[in-house]
Design a protein around this ligand. Structure first.
Ligand code: CP
Ligand code: NVA
Length: 309
């Protein structure tokens, strides 16, 4: 049976089954092979995706734009100055009106409730291109990269070292669904929200994955995948200096990588702050899969668009 995701929104990986995520990842791998062979599948001629962004972006914006273009459709970027979601106009009205023009909305927002409202008031699929709470499109590409490198999820452990943020939250939920063990290591006071940890643990009961959150950096020893992200996310610029103090020792560097499994790969969603959460030698070193990870945003989201729209 083929997996039918038409008309669905993608706000969190927790709303999807392991079978559904696997179907998207398989489609992504196929689209990646076809693109390398110079083939295109223009299945979405006449369809438009709105990119409704409250925050800056390189990867998310460009990968969605190129993906939509390569499917034969169009993407329309709407930055914070253009729309003023919730300021110039209510979220409900933006959602209702946009649904009359476009066939899908990829949104990058501050409060997660904004993407939920876009679903509530709109009639077209909404894709979460990052909220303060979650970053599911990133983790879709991360899962694709892990599977590409190891050919499986079961029995592997991804250790995320850093801030208990949107990326860490989505890694726990996504790993729990597909059966990848995820350990999040943060300084005290920067753990992921308790509700996310317990949701991930519930999801993990079905897949058999282990989900852990700790302040003990030795949890990174033996990791198959070492993952990190910025210490201060977009919107936290005012606390960046204070966080730098609290995160001392949490840098993914050559020493931490040497204590991981010998076959370990390193991931980072980017943008990176070299010398803070990761060193440039590790990011550009032989164990880094960061650049494939960034590329996989395109293939994973193209598959997602092809299946939802
Ligand atoms: N990783 C990621 O989402 O990058 P951008 O913020 O550049 O989109
Ligand atoms: N946690 C980061 C991810 C950027 C892609 C942020 O929200 O800024």
């Amino acid at each position: 049976m083929t997996t039918d995701l038409k008309g669905r929104s993608f706000l969190t990986l927790a709303d999807f089954t392991a079978e559904e995520i696997t179907a998207v990842l398989e489609a992504a791998a196929e689209l990646k092979r076809e693109r390398a062979a110079g083939m295109r599948r223009e299945t979405h001629v006449g369809k438009t995706l709105a990119l409704l962004f409250q925050k800056p972006s390189l990867r998310t914006r460009v990968s969605f734009d190129v993906a939509m273009h390569e499917l034969g459709g169009d993407a329309l970027y709407l930055g914070p100055e253009e729309v003023g979601v919730g300021k110039r106009e209510s979220i409900a009205d933006v959602a209702t009106v946009l649904s009359r023009y476009v066939h899908g909305v990829a949104a990058r927002v501050f409060g997660h409730e904004i993407v939920e409202s876009l679903v509530e008031y709109g009639t077209v699929p909404v894709i979460n291109g990052l909220s303060d709470l979650l970053h599911p499109c990133q983790v879709l590409a991360d899962l694709m990269t892990v599977h590409e490198r190891f050919g499986k999820f079961e029995g592997l452990t991804l250790v995320y070292v850093g801030d208990g943020n949107n990326v860490a939250n989505s890694l726990m939920l996504g790993g729990a669904v597909v059966g990848l063990n995820v350990t999040v290591v943060t300084p005290a006071g920067f753990e992921p929200p308790a509700e996310i940890i317990s949701r991930a643990r519930k999801l993990a009961r079905r897949s058999g994955a282990k989900v852990a959150a700790t302040n003990d950096l030795s949890a990174a020893n033996g990791a198959d995948v070492l993952y990190t992200d910025v210490w201060a996310s977009m919107g936290q610029e005012d606390v960046a200096a204070r966080k730098k103090e609290a995160f001392r020792g949490f840098t993914v560097d050559a020493e931490m990588l040497a204590a991981a499994a010998p076959h370990a790969i390193v991931l980072h969603c980017l943008p990176a702050h070299y010398g803070e959460e990761i060193t440039e030698d590790v990011a550009r070193g032989p164990q880094s899969a960061i650049w494939d990870e960034a590329e996989n945003r395109l293939h994973a989201q193209k598959a997602l668009l092809a299946m939802l729209l």
